[in-house]
Design a protein around this ligand. Sequence first.
Ligand code: AMP
Ligand code: MG
Length: 485
Amino acid sequence: MTNREVGWNFDNTYVQLPTELFAKTNPTPVPDPELVILNKQLAESLGLDVQSLLEEGVEFFAGNQTPNGSSPIAQAYAGHQFGHFTMLGDGRAVLIGEQITPDGARYDIQLKGAGRTPYSRGGDGRAAIGPMLREYIISEAMHGLRIPTTRSLAVVTTGEPIYRETVLPGAILTRVASSHIRVGTFQFIAGLGKMDELRKLADYTIERHYPDIMDEEHRYLALLREVIQRQAGLIAKWQLVGFVHGVMNTDNMAISGETIDYGPCAFIDTYDPKTVFSSIDTGGRYAYGNQPYIGGWNLARFAESLLPLLHENEEEALQLAQKEITKYNGIYRENWLNGMRAKLGLFNQEEADNELIEEFLELMEQSQADYTNMFIALTFDQIDDLAICSADRFNNWHQKWKERQKRQKETAKDIKILMMNSNPAVIPRNHRVEEALGRALEGDYSVMGKLLEVLKDPFAHSEEQAEYAKIPEPSNTPYRTFCGT
Ligand code: AMP
Ligand code: MG
């Protein structure tokens, strides 16, 4: 299979960076790979030929064959994991190369679960089928929800057993990202005390992700400012759809502003800021309502790693960084408020919107209302069907909201269109994801295929989607997710 047939067009700029930042590593071949899912649309947008991939792509997706022009590496990075600093690196992922698309865009093509690397520590370098399919479903759902994210190109099974608590089939996910540079990548090189190398990484990042600031006088400060903007915007989007990342360690925070590393993530059903899905997050550090705060904490770690580039005087560098970091809360809040306004059909801004929104959230929390469906009920004016506690208070709120909508020039039709565009009909509900994964493990991928289909455009509000909007049967055990092991 030649590059020309498949459409691979690799460039490898990351390997030109200082050698501390990566280790040349090939994927470890697997005995009996089988392609279980291919993202045809994504393949096409990357300039790849779907038919060739279906026929012969499996050897590539399994890491058994590396295309001409690729230069596989494992990337080095560090990270604060649940607040504790650790040196890490790709322990089970290999970056094959950077695909240049027909439009000239650059995307990392990474195989996750491709075998041991110099950064594997005690791990086996492998991944099980369940978590890889889970990442495929959730990342594609996020893309459908118009939230910046890494994408999933394919999943293959390897034919090898994986030893966890039980024996599971091994799998590899092909992940596509605008890059895999993390807050932890900066922490890694800064932690080694390598200043020239830190500058090279920062320059590379600016050129790749923030070319507009390249000529700014204080471009490293501008880099900090831009990353704060993107992360604040990203986390606001998570909150607005009820997404819980689950493991917001600094190594899982991409400098590009894409959502990365789908481990124990899930979407909330009932509205509760304290929601935690991850079995290991016993302290609730990464609870739904805590995510905006953690975003700020992580960005402060990013700022710290940039300090030597901000000013030669340590004190001045610190002051410059602090000035930017303190803006994060306001930027986040503004993004979130504007998103909430759109969800409630508000085009213009009023001072008291904040209060109106907070009161609504409080009512939802008290009533343990389903977050997604509540907004859908408002969008389609189906509030009579809602089981809301303190009906008087809700009616009162509802009236205030309707009056507020009238204080803008847009028509009822405009308002409905805005709300339909801002409130998804479907999210990947936990029970649906589990059902799809369960069936996939039995070899039936049709349930997952259907789920992926309805998640493609959650703002279509089709009849089929209504079926997927149903909330799970009440259960005595809260939903639990486990790290992507
Ligand atoms: P995560 O929690 O998935 O972001 O992973 C944290 C770190 O553990 C990263 O450096 C991973 O590469 C590494 N890691 C996770 N699972 C494995 C594994 N099975 N083998 C080797 N390294 C792993
Ligand atoms: Mg990670």
